[in-house]
Design a protein around this ligand. Structure first.
Ligand code: KG4
Ligand code: ZN
Length: 359
């Protein structure tokens, strides 16, 4: 039983064929990094245009690599939201057209449910069983959300960011300091060379729901730190490096990043990780979780994985492999599988929803 998944919510055009919700026959991701990189963030208009350009070849390649034809598919699943509406529309409309032409059922998937299913898919592949209730932390460029999963498919929102998402904070700090977009991977690698205790950032204290997050104060603290120092020359050196070499190596970055800045990056990363894990652990305790799922682009973070391991949390913590942490379509096809079995199909009137909530 093969499902074609399509994901176009942000800046990756992705298609994948997944069999029986567990075997990834193909997973193709066309990144738009070269388009958005020079702007230090995603430009929505350019993203839609790139999706339009990529969607047909990406879907074709996914089918080819899977050794599948349209005739082998049981259904087509596409991301319905949340995300950039112009980007979502490309994938969803393409999926509708395909379903209409081929007489296939359409399945609409929430992007955040996709991120959660990336973990469940890999657990199934290993023959492991995730125990419920589970606590899920979805942490990406657009989201920092804590959910209780009472049982598969049943979600309750426990906390969320009130301003920037954690990945967004990484991207903004990177942009400010002259590093490349996306900021997460480069800061993560450079943080290893700095002292995480060098700069003391105050922790966000939340009025109201203590499980909510806030990262805008931390971002402003980095800005203040930056303003107090004479950093123009090093930032200029990094921008110059990027102009000549769009994909610098870590050694290239280290050559234009003084120790004090490495300490700042390490301290910033340590603060983000602490904020994430403290609230994840507190909410897991609150709901009596029997496992924890951490997914989304920021789940790639080596420091976060290491900290989760050494925190000796009372429940097993599951991360997706890095390739399934960032946006991909295998997670969308996997999330569609239980919906297929329940006969939960979408009509052709289903709309792309920028702010679609999971719970
Ligand atoms: O899930 P994703 O691919 O797209 C969204 O749904 O947003 O996540 C992208 C985000 C970006 O903000 C990026 O900087 C962040 O994930 N990211 C990381 C790392 N790799 C990607 N953040 C921290 N450490 C990383 N290693
Ligand atoms: Zn995502």
């Amino acid at each position: 039983m093969r499902i074609l998944g399509i994901e176009t919510s942000c800046d990756e055009t992705a298609a994948a064929v997944v069999e029986d919700g567990v075997r990834i026959l193909s997973s193709v991701v066309a990144s738009q990094l070269d388009t958005h990189g020079k702007y230090g963030g995603v430009v929505p208009e350019l993203a839609s245009r790139e999706h339009l350009r990529a969607i047909v070849p990406v879907v074709r390649e996914a089918l080819q690599r899977a050794g599948s034809t349209y005739g082998d598919l049981a259904a087509v699943a596409a991301t319905e939201g949340p995300g950039l509406v112009g980007s979502l529309l490309v994938g969803l409309t393409f999926a509708k057209g395909l379903c209409f032409a081929r007489g296939l059922p359409l399945i609409a998937v929430n992007h955040l449910e996709g991120h959660i299913h990336a973990v469940m898919l890999e657990a199934r592949q290993r023959g492991e069983e995730i125990r419920f209730p589970a606590l899920a932390l979805v942490v990406s460029g657009g989201h920092t959300h804590l959910y209780e999963i009472k049982e598969p498919g049943s979600y309750r929102l426990l906390g969320r960011t009130r301003d920037d998402a954690a990945g967004e904070a990484y991207d903004k700090v990177a942009k400010l300091l002259g590093f490349s977009y996306p900021g997460g991977p480069v800061i993560d690698q450079l943080a290893r060379y700095g002292n995480p205790e060098a700069v003391r950032f105050t922790r966000a204290r939340m009025k109201g729901n203590p499980l909510d997050f806030s990262f805008s104060g931390l971002k402003t603290a980095v800005l203040r730190w930056f303003e107090k120092r004479d950093m123009e020359a090093e930032v200029r050196a990094r921008r110059e490096l990027l102009r000549h070499n769009p994909r610098p190596s870590i050694e290239d970055w280290l050559a234009v990043t003084p120790r004090e800045t490495l300490d700042l990056l390490a301290s910033f990363q340590a603060t983000v990780i602490d904020e994430l894990l403290r609230r994840a652990a507190a909410s897991a305790g609150q709901i009596g979780a029997r496992s924890m799922i951490i997914s989304g682009g920021v789940a790639c973070n080596a420091g976060l994985r290491e900290a989760a391991r050494s925190a000796h949390l009372s429940v097993p913590v599951y991360f997706p492999t890095p390739g399934l942490s960032t946006d991909n379509a295998a997670m969308i096809a996997a999330a569609a599988f239980p919906k297929y079995r329940r006969g939960e199909f979408a009509g052709f009137d289903v709309k792309a929803r920028a702010n679609l909530a999971l719970a």
